[in-house]
Every structure is written in C-alpha cells, then in structure tokens.
Ligand binder design. Structure first.
Ligand SMILES: NC(=O)c1ccc[n+]([C@@H]2O[C@H](COP(=O)([O-])OP(=O)(O)OC[C@H]3O[C@@H](n4cnc5c(N)ncnc54)[C@H](O)[C@@H]3O)[C@@H](O)[C@H]2O)c1
Length: 342
C-alpha cells in the first residue's frame, strides 16, 4: 500500500482538501494528516523542520491544499513549508494541465476554446523564487531592491528533458520553450542552448520557441498552437494562471510537483482565497483533479479515471459552486463527486 500524507494548509485549502479526504475515506484509501499551516508557524515560529521533512520523505505522495493567511502577510510560512518541500525534496517539475472541461466556462469563443489542451511544465526550484537578492535603505528615497534570477545548466537540462519525456509518454506532438532571451539574454541563452541540444534527441517531437509576451497572446488567440510548454519558474506561474482564466478559473486547475523518481507533492494551483473562506463557496474540483493526479502517481489508475469522469459530470450537470455560476456549496459538490465514485 502506498503512503499518502495530507497537508490541508490555510483558508480554503482546508475546505477543499477535506472533500478529497472524504473521498479517500469512502474509497478506503488511507492517509495521514500533518497540520503544517499558519497556526503551526505562528505557534512554533518555524515551518517543517529537517526532521519532519525526513518523515515526509517516507511517503509516496503529499496531498496539499494551499497556504496564505492574513496574519502572515509576507507569507513567511510559505518559504518554510511549501517552498521547503519543493526545494528540499527536489521536486523540480511542476506539471500543470490546462484542459477545457466545458466550453460554457471559457471566456473564449467556442471554436477557439475547444482547442485548449496544454500541459505547462514549470521549473520549480530555481529562478526568482530562490530568494536571492536584498533590499537596501528600505523606505528611504534612494532605496534599492534586487531580486536575482538564477538558472543552472543542470537545472535547465533536467526540466527540459522531463518535458520531452513527458511528451513521449503522453503522446504529445510538440514541446515549446517559453522564455524571453531577446531581453533577458544570460539565462535566456542558457535555456535556448540546452533546449536546442535536447530537442535533437527527440526527432519525433516538434521543438519550438516563443517569447513569453507573444506566448500570452497566442494562448488566448490560438491555444491549439501549444501542446507541452516548458518554462522557468516565474513565467510558468503566470502562464498557468492565464490558462486557468481560459478554462473556467482557478477553481479547476490542478498541479503535480515531481522529480520523476519517488515522492510527489500534489496541490491545486489556487491559493487560500481569504475572500471566500468559511463561506462554503470554494470550488473543490481543483482539489479533486489534484487528487486524480495523485491517484495516478500512486498507481490507483481506475480511481484516477473515475474521478476525472466524475469532475466532468459535475460540471455538465451544473453541480457546481458560484465561481462556475452554480448554486451548490463546497460540500454539496464533494458529496456529488463521491456519489459518482461509489
Ligand atoms: N500554492 C499556494 O499555496 C498559493 C498559491 C497562490 C496564492 N497563495 C496565497 O493565497 C493567498 C490568496 O492569494 P490570491 O488571492 O492571490 O490567490 P487565490 O488563488 O487564493 O484567489 C484568487 C481569486 O480566485 C478565487 N478562487 C481561488 N480558488 C478558488 C476556488 N477553489 N473556488 C472558488 N474561487 C477560488 C478567490 O476567491 C480569489 O477571488 C495569498 O496569501 C497568496 O500568497 C498560495
């Protein structure tokens, strides 16, 4: 039996993950809950310790909600909990599928929206998110703030290889590198040279390049031009929220943080949504789609397929929360999904 850890997190993270846990209970899938969240951080002034991380390492998958609490406006605990897991477990690939589930929930014209089927493979351990830089003379008129973008050849190589391997294993035809090497040339040339070298080893997969600004326009106007997209940490973060907007919003998008050999961390793309917490308005479908990715990772393939089907049914039957113009609560959507699975 594979081992599953659950970290609900803050805000609606707790609410949507609770629905996923009810489903695991109903299916007899066991899991262990760890409350690493804002309350924990405020109480202990620390997130996940090295020892606690060693314990998490013994699991096959982590089901994570979201972090974000108004009492910690600088997201101090994000660094010590979520980024610690992504960095220290070396989960370098953040895989974010952007698929249209129902054309009525896209702001695009149906003939364009129907073509959305993109997988964003976002580098997860480098770039601006490493926190390199500093703030000098804070608050003064001559203040200087520096955030440094860092890319390593090894880090770029492994994510580009992951994207091409993902394309082969999932019958995808094209991998597009999205970057900005015309204006940010140092890292840009590194990405481009590694991408060109690796794409030569995959003659059956088309390798293409787009600048990130143009890529945003293409994603909206001609989404069919993208299949697998590989990109750096910041650009991947932005592009996937743009993708969310095209297919019905953040309440639908799931993601996997993986490294191709071992533990995976699975989380909805959305945050803790403090504006709707406690109102039973949180859409649990992203958390269910996330659970489907986790099920696939731990070998529960039938459960994965059934869950993806139940999510589609919930949307087509209008058993949805207000973000999808539905009248149902978080737990009612959860109950429906569970009823379709049993
Ligand atoms: N991975 C993470 O843990 C993560 C990711 C993004 C943001 N955050 C944190 O979350 C907090 C809020 O950030 P934000 O408001 O920029 O982003 P957010 O994703 O929490 O919310 C953005 C908007 O989308 C809505 N929304 C998000 N998920 C929804 C769902 N499942 N159902 C219905 N509506 C949903 C919210 O109500 C809000 O209006 C911040 O503290 C931020 O740092 C955490």
């Amino acid at each position: 039996m594979k081992k599953i850890a659950v970290i609900p997190g803050d805000g609606i993270g707790k609410e949507v993950v609770a629905e996923g846990c009810k489903l695991m209970d109903a299916l007899g899938v066991s899991y262990q809950i760890f409350n690493y969240d804002a309350d924990y951080w405020l109480q202990h002034k620390q997130g996940i310790s090295d020892q606690q991380l060693e314990e998490l390492r013994t699991f096959d998958a982590i089901y994570f909600g979201a972090l974000g609490d108004p009492r910690l406006p600088k997201m101090e605990h994000g660094k010590d909990i979520l980024l610690k897991m992504r960095f220290d477990l070396d989960l370098f690939a953040n895989v974010r599928p952007i698929q249209l589930l129902d054309v009525n929930h896209s702001p695009l014209r149906p003939e364009i929206a129907n073509n959305i089927d993109i997988v964003i493979v976002r580098e997860n351990t480098e770039d601006l998110y490493r926190g390199l830089g500093g703030r000098f003379k804070a608050g003064q008129i001559d203040e200087v703030a520096i955030d440094e973008r860092i890319h390593t050849r090894a880090g770029v190589r492994r994510i580009v290889e992951y994207a091409f391997e993902y394309a082969v294993k999932n019958n995808r035809q094209k991998v597009t590198l999205v970057d900005k090497h015309n204006a940010i040339p140092n890292g840009g040339q590194l990405w481009l040279s590694v991408f060109d070298e690796i794409s030569k080893g995959y003659p059956n997969i088309v390798g293409e390049y787009q600048h990130v600004d143009v890529a945003c326009a293409i994603m909206v106007a001609q989404p069919e031009r993208f299949d697998v997209v590989v990109t750096s940490n910041l650009f991947g973060d932005i592009l996937s929220d743009l993708g969310a907007g095209l297919v019905g919003g953040l309440g639908l998008l799931s993601s996997a943080n993986v490294n191709g050999n071992g533990i995976g961390l699975f989380e909805p793309v959305h945050g803790s949504a403090p504006d709707i917490v406690g109102m039973e308005r949180a859409n649990p479908l992203a958390a269910f789609a996330t659970l489907a990715m986790l099920f696939k990772h731990v070998g529960l393939l039938d459960e994965c397929e059934q869950l993806l089907y139940a999510i589609k049914q919930s949307i087509s039957q209008d058993i949805t929360t207000p973000d999808l113009d539905g009248k149902h609560t978080t737990s009612q959507v959860g109950e429906y999904i569970i009823s379709r699975m049993l």
